[in-house]
Design a protein around this ligand. Structure first.
Ligand code: C5P
Length: 244
């Protein structure tokens, strides 16, 4: 069950076309808690695209997975905070100093603008990497153990949370405590196609395991009626069907 008044669903708008993204946001009305815009959208549509989608009326999760030296990431964060995302991502593999610099830059920039700072969330191990891929880059740990290690580092750095797969969420909730944000993709409502997602959970299962936000793309965006699909998920979760 979702917290009262909180819709945990973030709809992934995996498109390059701002008009398509805005039309979908309008169609969804208040049936999701926000939308996720990623590297593909930002590379194609830029700041103007993000501003157009934000103007369509839902909170923005800007998932650009920043990863560079601390000074460069801090400056990139300072350039992005004025777009008012409620959440954004950095790679935890950038290290403790980079994550601290990102949080500090978000706080300082938001203070200067008089707005609330975005939640800063860390990407741990990309789920496209398996044991062998990690080994190839010199990491002698399983993806699950490496994700737990990086989540602990994110917590130390003062990040607000991490992105994790459904099969890691229970372990990370135990490790990081109740107030850490856990953003979980790989969600499939019962009865929908898994597509290329291999290990999936239903929205209710992921929330029960400790997720705070659920990233859901194609089960909503490719549904015959996206608003109805999003509404059904919100109803299943007991979420109030409005943004927030
Ligand atoms: O359409 P679908 O629900 O699979 O979309 C999930 C979204 O979450 C996409 O934007 C995808 O890139 C992202 N994602 C994911 N799995 C991860 C990390 C991110 O599916 N492990």
């Amino acid at each position: 069950m979702a917290k009262q008044g909180h819709n945990p669903v973030l709809c992934a708008l995996d498109t390059q076309d701002p008009d398509e993204a805005c039309a979908l946001v309008q169609a969804l009305g208040g049936r999701v808690g926000g939308v996720k815009l990623g590297l593909e959208f930002f590379s194609a549509a830029g700041r103007a695209g993000v501003e157009a989608v934000a103007a369509a009326g839902l909170p923005i999760f800007l998932d650009l997975k920043l990863h560079d030296i601390p000074n460069t990431v801090a400056r990139a964060v300072a350039a992005l905070v004025p777009l008012h995302p409620f959440m954004m991502t950095v790679h935890t593999a950038g290290g403790l100093a980079m994550m601290k610099a990102a949080v500090e830059s978000a706080r300082a920039t938001a203070d200067r603008l008089g707005i609330s700072r975005p939640q800063m969330v860390g990407v741990t191990v990309l789920t496209s990497l398996d044991d062998k891929d990690l080994n190839d880059i010199g990491v002698n740990a399983t993806p699950a153990d490496q994700a737990a290690r990086l989540a602990a580092l994110a917590l130390d750095a003062g990040l607000d949370g991490v992105v994790c797969s459904p099969h890691e969420v229970a372990r990370l909730r135990k490790l990081a405590g109740p107030s850490f944000t856990l953003v979980v993709p790989g969600i499939r409502p019962a009865g929908t196609a898994p597509g290329d997602q291999k290990r999936v959970m239903t929205p209710a299962e992921a929330l029960a395991a400790g997720a705070s936000h659920l990233v859901i793309g194609r089960p909503i965006t490719e549904a015959a009626d996206p608003a109805a699909a999003a509404g059904a998920i919100a109803a299943e979760l007991g979420a109030v069907p409005q943004a927030g």
